[in-house]
Ligand binder design. Sequence first.
Ligand SMILES: *[C@@H]1O[C@H](CO)[C@@H](O)[C@H](O)[C@H]1NC(C)=O
Ligand SMILES: *[C@@H]1O[C@H](CO)[C@@H](O)[C@H](O)[C@H]1NC(C)=O
Ligand SMILES: *[C@@H]1O[C@H](CO)[C@@H](O)[C@H](O)[C@H]1NC(C)=O
Ligand SMILES: *[C@@H]1O[C@H](CO)[C@@H](O)[C@H](O)[C@H]1NC(C)=O
Ligand SMILES: *[C@@H]1O[C@H](CO)[C@@H](O)[C@H](O)[C@H]1NC(C)=O
Ligand SMILES: *[C@@H]1O[C@H](CO)[C@@H](O)[C@H](O)[C@H]1NC(C)=O
Ligand SMILES: *[C@@H]1O[C@H](CO)[C@@H](O)[C@H](O)[C@H]1NC(C)=O
Ligand SMILES: [Zn+2]
Length: 319
Amino acid sequence: MIVLLVIFAALLCPTVHSTDASVEWCYHKAECNFTTWPNIFPEYCNGSKQSPINIVTASVQGNPNLTSFNFTGFDDSSTFLSVLNSGESVVVNLDDDKMSVQGGGLPGLYKTKQFHLHWGNGSSSPGSEHTVDGKKYPMELHIVNVHSKYNGSVSAALAAKDSSALAVLGFFIEGTNEVNKTKSWDILTSFLTSIPNSGDTTTDIMNQITLNSLIEGVDRTKYYRYQGSLTTPSCNEAVVWTVFKEPVKVSHNFINRFSTTVFFKDPDASVLITNSFRGVQPLNGRVVTSQVEQTAASSAATSTLSVITVLLLSSLCWI
Ligand SMILES: *[C@@H]1O[C@H](CO)[C@@H](O)[C@H](O)[C@H]1NC(C)=O
Ligand SMILES: *[C@@H]1O[C@H](CO)[C@@H](O)[C@H](O)[C@H]1NC(C)=O
Ligand SMILES: *[C@@H]1O[C@H](CO)[C@@H](O)[C@H](O)[C@H]1NC(C)=O
Ligand SMILES: *[C@@H]1O[C@H](CO)[C@@H](O)[C@H](O)[C@H]1NC(C)=O
Ligand SMILES: *[C@@H]1O[C@H](CO)[C@@H](O)[C@H](O)[C@H]1NC(C)=O
Ligand SMILES: *[C@@H]1O[C@H](CO)[C@@H](O)[C@H](O)[C@H]1NC(C)=O
Ligand SMILES: *[C@@H]1O[C@H](CO)[C@@H](O)[C@H](O)[C@H]1NC(C)=O
Ligand SMILES: [Zn+2]
């Protein structure tokens, strides 16, 4: 046993040292939290198209390109390969040979690699990355997809310096008083006790739940679109962002499991992962678009305007 431990430690040591040599980022300490990222990762984190952002609904512009999505494999529970404590988040690795996203105004087909979560400190504390008119939700789920031309390689996609290399789908999570909502969130969060420490992973999550069951109830034809970045270093500006308007409703106690069960990576392995989100970044002239809404009110307004215009034009004729 001791021999095994020594061999294990020897295998780990070079990794630990090389990690120590590179600059670390974090969420919870003054020397490496997100306000420091533009200094410690200046190449991209100090860019002008960073994520997340605050979406100002009054400034959102209509975009006829934002049609419905086609999701492949989202009803297939065999796509859930493993769930991992990454040291800063909880990541579910997905089978990108079976899962993909296209349509929705995306430039091509994107293979679905993983999803992960950002959270605050329980269901009554702010934890989302994106905000809408300043409103924060307790959690945000990110489904990460890589353009099919990169053969499923996120590192190849990032190396290409392509602004649409990745398509990330963001879902807000909102707490609800309804109990056991939903069974699939109960199952997902029940695996957290198996991965308390950074690097812990389990494949027991396979064949248990589907991605569709985790985002049920959300109208996936209503979303915001903008051009942005990864929300963790090195903050590459390679992401076509989709942020769905409607939140997923999840029981408070399931949300609370995240901030009470999994720990940050060394040397803070005794600190629970909380407030694992980046603050909002400046828009710098970027435009957020959404579906063009032809509501009864707006069409009424348009026809009233037309009538006034016609009247004005015809009165001009008389002058
Ligand atoms: C991050 O650290 C800075 C000091 O570097 C501190 O002023 C700030 O409040 C911290 N922010 C968060 C969100 O922890
Ligand atoms: C970030 O960019 C701004 C504006 O271009 C510049 O003033 C600042 O020095 C940069 N900061 C770092 C750490 O590179
Ligand atoms: C819609 O797509 C076309 C073709 O890709 C593009 O030229 C146009 O700018 C897009 N419109 C908006 C509002 O993004
Ligand atoms: C989405 O799927 C429908 C039905 O299979 C198909 O007709 C349509 O072309 C697809 N759209 C895209 C953008 O892949
Ligand atoms: C999170 O909430 C718990 C319980 O309310 C509290 O003890 C803890 O200090 C909070 N953590 C942070 C980082 O605020
Ligand atoms: C992806 O695979 C195809 C065919 O196997 C190959 O031609 C192409 O170079 C690969 N692209 C990348 C980015 O690896
Ligand atoms: C919620 O789930 C638990 C455990 O599966 C069960 O014991 C309880 O009866 C359920 N409550 C409701 C209201 O469905
Ligand atoms: Zn994320």
